[in-house]
Design a protein around this ligand. Sequence first.
Ligand SMILES: C[S@@+](CC[C@H](N)C(=O)[O-])C[C@H]1O[C@@H](n2cnc3c(N)ncnc32)[C@H](O)[C@@H]1O
Length: 191
Amino acid sequence: MRFEALYERQGSWDIQRPQPAFLRLAEQGMIRGTVLDVGCGTGDNALHMASLGHPTWGIDIVSGAIGRARSRAAERGLPFSRFLVGDVLELESLGMQFDTVIDSGLFHALCDQEREFFLQGLRRVLRPGGLYHMLGFSDRQPGDTGPRRLTEADLRATFCGVWKLVRLEPTLFETNIHPGGAQAWLATVEA
Ligand SMILES: C[S@@+](CC[C@H](N)C(=O)[O-])C[C@H]1O[C@@H](n2cnc3c(N)ncnc32)[C@H](O)[C@@H]1O
């Protein structure tokens, strides 16, 4: 499986600290109540939200990544965090709803059909009025290695209508291979 193999060495996205874009969201009060981190990887963003006192769940399909997230949660004594191995294309099977869903590099890694399944599930797990924050590579990032780039038009087409797009701004996605960060979009959608 694609991501399983990538976790055998350190993924370019695995920067061992939260993404600055998510730190700012927390400072701005845009992380509310219970949090779900979709495609949480080794858990840096989720663990930050848990450290702020938000009951936080992380879900990822790679068991090794979830194992590392659980170890870090235990080391840091974060009882409000829970990490599970699971498929974000079946979010409704969680049988839960959250106030905030965070996504660092998951949506941009999905193909079109996977995005449809993911968004169907997202509608079920996000409470009315809840926020989904998506950080993904933008078309301003040169080259074509790494994830498929997101355009402003893509994001508006995806999120406007059923959802309320409350924020769409250029930002940076920190990685281990892009000095200064890769060009990205931060989109915030309200259910
Ligand atoms: C670019 S990595 C980002 C990881 C983490 N959010 C971070 O910022 O460090 C994308 C993550 O999505 C996970 N992923 C991809 N497809 C998935 C799926 N169908 N269900 C759950 N996780 C998935 C991968 O295993 C990987 O951990």
